[in-house]
Design a protein. Structure first.
Length: 250
């Protein structure tokens, strides 16, 4: 399978906020273009549009310059390059899945999926002073609300593993479910849920119980998404696997 490999997943931004410092093609300098800060994402963007050449997210069908807006926010909050690289890749995978759901008649707001994926880890910002947030996901919710995008608060707040085992905070709609799932299969490359959890078990002995409890519902959510979107893992691996595999010998 194209996405698998024996190297450890050192770019696991969800677990530790660190990761590689690779350049995100195209999107990394998007803060210098278009889109005013604080623009809401309330419109129902339900048309497609592919990921652009070189791995950059295309904004052709998103109308509001959502990528540029979110990149400006990420840079203003001084997110490390590794976190930004991870977030852009999560957004690419999330958009691909969301577009397949739309094609099959599901009600999904593509604009919110992309924006939520790009900003899901913004709460890891060294510049943000938390106002009661207990973790980086809740801090991300604080930031998107401060930036005039309250409709993203649930998406970014419910992307962590704690949510998938919570009756109160379980991802409720397709936007939240897709971003949660995409985050679990993307580091600096595409990985299976099993790979991601195995790596976390090896590196995060402090969350062993959480990992054990959250793996079954994460796999159940994967099955729900695949069934609704008409996708298989091979579809994702063939679309994203090869171009993202990191050669750690270089």
């Amino acid at each position: 399978m194209a996405a698998t490999g024996s190297a450890s997943i050192a770019g696991d931004a969800d677990a530790d906020g660190r990761g590689g410092r690779g350049v995100v093609a195209g999107a990394a300098d998007a803060e210098s273009r278009g889109a005013a800060d604080g623009a809401g994402l309330g419109s129902e963007a339900r048309s497609g549009g592919a990921v652009g050449a070189g791995g950059a997210l295309s904004t052709d069908a998103l109308g509001r310059g959502v990528v540029e807006l979110c990149m400006r926010i990420l840079r203003r909050y001084a997110l490390p390059d590794g976190v930004i690289e991870h977030s852009v890749k999560v957004a690419e995978v999330a958009r691909f899945i969301a577009e397949r759901l739309v094609e099959r008649g599901e009600d999904v707001n593509l604009e919110r999926v992309v924006a939520g994926a790009l900003l899901h880890d913004v709460g890891k910002s060294p510049r943000h002073v938390r106002r009661g947030a207990r973790n980086h996901a809740e801090a991300s919710a604080e930031i998107v609300q401060a930036e005039g995008m309250p409709e993203l608060a649930g998406i970014v707040a419910r992307h962590i593993l704690d949510s998938i085992i919570s009756e109160e905070d379980y991802p409720r709609n397709w936007e939240e479910k897709v971003v949660f799932y995409a985050d679990k299969i993307v580091t600096r490359r595409l990985v299976t849920v099993e790979e991601r959890f195995m790596d976390l078990h090896e590196r995060r002995a402090d969350i062993t119980d959480l990992l054990t409890a959250s793996l079954p519902p994460t796999k159940a959510l994967e099955a729900e998404i695949f069934a609704a979107a008409g996708l298989t893992w091979d579809d994702l691996a063939s679309r994203f696997g090869g171009k993202w595999v990191v050669d750690r010998r270089s």
